[in-house]
Design a protein around this ligand. Structure first.
Ligand code: GDP
Length: 444
């Protein structure tokens, strides 16, 4: 399903041939696939629509970097827009208020509210040295209060002792008083959930809010929720007013759709994500990672960025000319090898391209790795100018000198010459048809 977005976009994008600027038709073709994929990832329809509109506006007429294909440019624009829509990264929980600072956790039953309460308490205690008090306001399920108490023991954070018969509002008030008396910096209120949103739940949340004056109201939501995520976030935000989101179960096969919808609908930051059942499985939110997950494209985006940074367009054009004429000498090979090293070597380039992981292993098994590139560069730099321009000069005695100079041997020099001959032939053959433009274009 989602994994195949890459393939689907791949075929469309490879078919795009326009150069220079992206045309309306190029962009529309790509956006149809993006739209379908976002819907499959359970991103809400409204959100998908406003998203694709924004991308269209940015993409049509955008200049295409010389060293990449138009389709890849579209992918980058889609990616950047996703990141923008997902919002800022690493927005911390705001504790900037007089102690005790009250955090109110809201959400549906089973969303991971109690677990997240304990995870946050542990984080604030361990990382920020805060004295935290947790309280369960779930009076309908006695097991909920016991669950929080046990988690509190586990993470060594105090929980408010239970007094049977107290209402959620009274427990909230007592928590704040107790925290004030015993010098706690932070109080985390774990409110009761329901299996779905209903009026009594919203009324209860509003009352708790009024009684405890929380500085943050965090909506805890399951990232596997799908389309319901939008209603959930909208309701809680409109009725109670949330200050941020925590998305749980991001370790499952959550595809990020819920994250995008909830963020778009509420405009509130995603502050943290839950990535497992253990108490330390709570992480900061990185929009770029979620965008990558939604696109499922390998890291084409970094590839495009790196290409833009490192490849000098004029140099590439000159190289293309040389290739077409078949005049690709060892100086040019050294240039290309250097270019590849700048881009993070073989591993860097392959790792960024979808589906290339296996190929990388195979190449490594064949001895084609970065060490080899370094040795090849060493060989070439031990040659004279004349030798580089005309490899036919390289007879036995010259090879011996070069081997000594580069710390290699004649066999390795022969291997390099053979590879160079192969490349020069291939480029000559390609030169007639394609536009050339460096090894990068060959790779992509
Ligand atoms: P509550 O009803 O909202 O308080 O939900 P709980 O905190 O009791 O969590 C319900 C279940 O989800 C528990 O088994 C948790 O261990 C599990 N859970 C919570 N957060 C995560 C998460 O980020 N990843 C995974 N895999 N499980 C989680």
């Amino acid at each position: 399903m989602f994994e195949s977005l890459q393939e689907r976009l791949g075929s469309i994008l490879n078919g795009l041939t326009g150069r220079g600027a992206l045309s309306e038709a190029d962009v529309s073709a790509a956006l149809r696939e993006v739209r379908r994929a976002l819907l499959e990832a359970d991103v809400a329809l409204d959100v998908v629509r406003s998203f694709t509109d924004k991308v269209r506006e940015k993409a049509v007429g955008a200049a295409v970097l010389k060293s990449i294909k138009p389709g890849q440019m579209v992918v980058k624009i889609v990616h950047d827009e996703l990141v923008a829509m997902l919002g800022e990264e690493g927005v911390p929980i705001d504790l900037n208020a007089p102690a005790p600072v009250v955090l109110m956790m809201v959400g549906l039953q089973g969303s991971g509210k109690t677990t997240t309460t304990a995870k946050i308490a542990r984080r604030l205690t361990d990382r920020q040295g805060k004295k935290v008090l947790m309280a369960s306001l779930d009076t309908r399920r006695p097991a909920a209060q016991e669950q929080l108490r046990q988690l509190g023991e586990q993470v060594k954070v105090a929980t408010l002792p239970v007094i049977t018969g107290q209402s959620p509002v009274d427990i909230a008030k007592r928590s704040v008083q107790a925290a004030r008396l015993s010098g706690h910096d932070v109080v985390i209120l774990d409110t009761a959930g329901r299996t779905h949103i209903d009026e009594p739940l919203m009324v209860e949340m509003a009352e708790i809010k009024a009684a405890s004056n929380p500085h943050e109201i965090l909506l805890v939501a399951d990232s596997l929720t799908g389309q319901d995520a939008v209603n959930l976030a909208r309701n809680f935000d409109e009725r109670v007013g949330i200050t941020g989101l925590v998305l749980t179960r991001m370790d499952g096969d959550g595809r990020g759709g819920a994250a995008l919808s909830m963020r778009a609908v509420t405009g509130k930051p995603i502050k943290l994500i839950g990535t497992g059942e253990k108490m330390d499985a709570l992480e900061e939110f990185y929009p770029k990672r979620i965008a990558d997950r939604i696109l499922g494209m390998g890291d084409i985006v970094s590839l495009v960025e790196k290409a833009a940074e490192t490849i000098d367009a004029e140099k590439a054009a000159a190289m293309a000319k040389k290739m077409q004429s078949g005049k690709f000498d060892l100086n040019d090979l050294a240039d290309q090898l250097g270019q590849m090293q700048k881009m993070g070597g073989m591993g860097g380039i392959m790792g960024m391209m979808p589906g290339m992981g296996k190929m990388k292993d195979q190449m490594a098994a064949a001895g084609l790795d970065d060490k080899m590139f370094k040795r090849q560069l060493a060989i070439i730099s031990s040659m004279t100018r004349a030798e580089r321009a005309n490899p036919d000069l390289l007879k036995h005695s010259r090879k011996k000198r070069i081997a000594a100079g580069s710390g290699t041997d004649a066999a390795e020099i022969n291997k390099l010459l053979k590879m160079h001959r192969g490349m020069a032939d291939m480029m000559k053959a390609m030169g007639g048809k394609g536009k050339g433009g460096g090894m990068m274009r060959g790779l992509m």
